[in-house]
Design a protein around this ligand. Structure first.
Ligand SMILES: [Zn+2]
Length: 194
């Protein structure tokens, strides 16, 4: 951030009085521009024994598969956001069900919330951010071509819970390990005993 969104003057990055983290501060009008984590909402759209995945038509991770999900907008609920993203990316109407996974991604300051959802019709297709949209059985999931660790971890939990015949909220966090390679550490807070 270079300029104040209130008055247009230059901002400086410093710790405001009484605070303990650096913030973008406008010395002209006094505004403090806080930056906080973003919430990503999405769905696991189900149809019988299949789920709907989208092949990304945008960077990052172009050409890889993901669940329909995206940044929550102001003025909507998390469920509305999850349904909207599914409509935008997969042109699919869903009835949003229970929250299934909640992952913290502190290295990119995001919180992911994925809901189970029921596809209302088989009328779907790629939105502008997708190359292709496909209903897949478990043995058709392209595990080596999943766009993001949070999606792969959520799908692994999903199939484990489905095999056990019981879904429950799964929470955890995923951190990117230092270094040039894409390596991650995952911790699931909820385990089979809890
Ligand atoms: Zn200002």
């Amino acid at each position: 951030m270079n300029f104040c969104s209130h008055c247009g003057e230059a901002v400086t990055l410093r710790v405001p009085e009484g605070d303990n983290l650096p913030r973008y501060v406008c010395d002209a009008c006094g505004a403090v521009h806080y930056q906080n984590p973003k919430i990503v909402v999405g769905c696991i759209p189900e149809w019988e024994d299949r789920i709907l995945l989208c092949k990304r038509a945008i960077e990052p991770r172009y050409g890889l598969w993901t669940l329909p999900a995206g940044f929550m907008e102001n003025g909507e609920t998390v469920q509305q956001g999850a349904a909207r993203e599914t409509l935008e990316e997969a042109r699919a109407q869903v009835a949003v069900g229970g929250l299934y996974t909640l992952f913290n991604l502190p290295h990119i300051s995001q919180v992911y919330m994925l809901f189970r959802a029921r596809l209302e019709t088989l009328d779907f297709g790629p939105g502008t951010e997708s190359l292709e949209v496909s209903l897949m059985r478990e043995d058709e999931i392209p595990w080596e071509q999943i766009a993001f660790p949070v999606i792969g971890e959520s799908l692994k939990l999903y199939y484990r819970d489905r095999a056990a015949g019981r879904f429950r909220l799964r929470t955890g966090h995923i951190e990117r390990l230092p270094g040039p390679e894409r390596r991650f550490r995952t911790r699931i807070y909820t385990n089979d005993e809890s």
